[in-house]
Write a protein that binds this ligand. Structure first.
Ligand code: HEC
Length: 176
């Protein structure tokens, strides 16, 4: 038994030492342009999935099929999300070419997140990706508006309808 414990402790020390040396040598490439290897990708995907899943239990999804919510959510989405995620008939900004991981382009994606998951992600963001947390700057009610727009309205919009909504409901942007 003593031998086993000693072997485990020595192995851990060697691993920790090796890892520390790896960190200090600079061998790891932090560049956005070097993709993760398969193992790292799997670790990130699995950790993310379970992390988010375990945090959804206390979320109560309100009614999300309301046009007023869609319009309020659209305004926020059009102002804060299109540059990364695009919209029907609108490509994301060129800057997205340099992001890793890439933001999903929702207009081209078949499946959208479930409402509780969408809400959680918009509110909390995702570490080590460029997905920001909007919770610190936005109330839950407006985050639900964004969620309603994204999960129930977005996929049904044609490029023409989205353009019309910009004309009808888009905010005037003073900076442009
Ligand atoms: C600077 C870029 C950026 C901005 C701005 C941004 N996102 Fe994201 N978003 C990302 C990235 C990158 C991911 C993917 C993260 C990953 O791979 O884990 C993501 C993921 C998501 C997801 C999860 C998608 C899925 O299928 O799992 C949702 C929902 C989302 N974003 C909604 C929004 C909304 C709504 C806004 C605006 C309020 C927004 N995002 C603004 C970069 C951005």
């Amino acid at each position: 038994m003593k031998k086993i414990i000693l072997t485990v402790v020595i192995t851990l020390i060697v691993l920790a030492g090796g890892f520390t040396i790896y960190m200090y040598t600079g061998w790891y490439d932090v560049s956005q342009t070097t993709p993760h290897n398969g193992l790292t990708k799997w670790m990130i995907r699995t950790t993310k999935h379970h992390s988010i899943d375990s945090r959804l239990k206390e979320i109560k999804v309100p009614k999300l099929d309301d046009t007023t919510m869609y319009i309020a959510g659209f305004r926020e989405y059009n102002e804060m999300c299109v540059m990364c995620h695009g919209a029907p008939g609108i490509r994301p900004d060129a800057m997205v070419k340099g992001l890793y991981p890439k933001p999903p382009e929702f207009a081209k994606k078949d499946d959208m997140p479930d409402p509780d998951e969408g809400f959680w992600i918009i509110k909390n963001g995702i570490k080590m990706t460029s997905m920001p947390a909007y919770g610190p700057s936005h109330k839950d009610a407006i985050i639900w508006d964004m969620t309603a727009f994204l999960v129930n309205k977005f996929k049904k919009m044609t490029p023409e309808e989205y353009k019309n909504w910009i004309k009808k409901y888009g905010e005037e942007d003073d900076e442009d």
